[in-house]
Design a protein around this ligand. Structure first.
Ligand SMILES: C=CC1=C(C)[C@@H](CC2=N/C(=C\c3[nH]c(/C=C4\NC(=O)C(C)=C4C=C)c(C)c3CCC(=O)O)C(CCC(=O)O)=C2C)NC1=O
Length: 259
């Protein structure tokens, strides 16, 4: 997490992003006897010129489970993907998921030949060292790009080397894309980007694979609050008017009406 934040600090002025009180972190002792373990969750959040919400969630335990979930939501008036990284160590397996997740039309978001070739090269390099993790959850597939890194490995050393390198390389590439991005004027595209951001945040809020773990560690109420108001807060922010999105309220109502 520190290395990723240092990369961001090197590229831009980070501004504090308020995390609702009590959701910045939590500690607990869970399990009994030999299964007893200390667990701790930390949420760090920032914003910046071209980024609405930069947030890292870290789950540390005295057992084998360790999680870094790092997501960057760009300013929704920029035609940029969402940066997503999930480095998850579980008993017996390490899950790695790193991607520049398209909001509308991935290929066009890599708007220069150089970016396309760069990204293709990055993905090829990473995928050579991180074996494909098998099918992604079918409902989530629409959110993943062709250059997604999705892997399951047995050796923590691979997470600490290849996975971390890949995450930082994708982050550098993403920051280069952001540096070149200009605000979108086209109303139709602005609405499309707004819809994309809301659909992504809503999917991840509803289907967060960490829900079970967070509920076991910290209880249902805190787990639900942190997922909806600290990790994937866009719907709540648009609903309260704290964030204004093109057609935001209308899109929220449409999504809420969906089966
Ligand atoms: C759009 C969807 C999307 C994802 C699901 C994640 C990418 C991702 N994360 C996964 C799994 C996964 N991810 C986490 C952790 C987190 N995942 C999160 O979004 C947050 C905020 C986490 C922690 C705070 C854990 C603990 C697991 C393991 C769950 C388990 O098996 O017990 C999986 C495996 C499949 C699954 O269990 O669903 C994927 C594909 N990134 C994405 O972009």
């Amino acid at each position: 997490m520190e290395q990723a934040i240092a990369r961001l600090e090197g590229a831009m002025e980070l501004r504090p992003y308020s995390v609702p009180e009590g959701m910045e972190g939590k500690e607990a002792v869970v399990g009994k006897g030999r299964n007893q373990q200390q667990v701790k969750m930390t949420v760090a959040a920032y914003s910046a010129a071209k980024f609405r919400h930069i947030r890292a969630a870290l789950v540390e335990t005295s057992g084998p489970t360790q999680v870094l979930n790092f997501v960057i939501f760009p300013d929704p008036s920029l035609d940029l993907p969402i940066f997503g990284a999930d480095l998850v160590s579980l008993p017996g397996a390490h899950l790695i998921c790193i991607d520049l997740q398209a909001r509308i039309r991935f290929r066009k978001q890599l708007n220069s030949q150089y970016q396309k070739s760069q990204h293709t090269a990055l993905a090829a390099h990473a995928q050579a060292r991180l074996p494909w993790g098998g099918n992604l959850p079918s409902a989530a597939q629409r959110f993943f790009s062709p250059h997604c890194i999705w892997s399951k490995v047995g050796d923590i050393e691979v997470v600490e080397t290849a996975a971390l390198e890949a995450m930082l390389a994708y982050l550098d590439h993403y920051l280069a894309m952001a540096a070149a991005a200009e605000p979108v004027k086209d109303e139709g595209l602005l609405k499309g980007l707004a819809e994309g951001h809301l659909a992504y945040s809503r999917y991840r809020r509803i289907n967060d694979p960490a829900r079970g773990m967070l509920t076991r560690f910290f209880g249902t109420e805190w787990a639900e609050d942190v997922i909806s108001h600290a990790l994937f807060d866009l719907e709540a922010k648009v609903d309260s008017g704290a964030v204004s999105l093109a057609h935001g309220q209308e899109l929220l109502a449409e999504m809420a009406a969906e089966p």
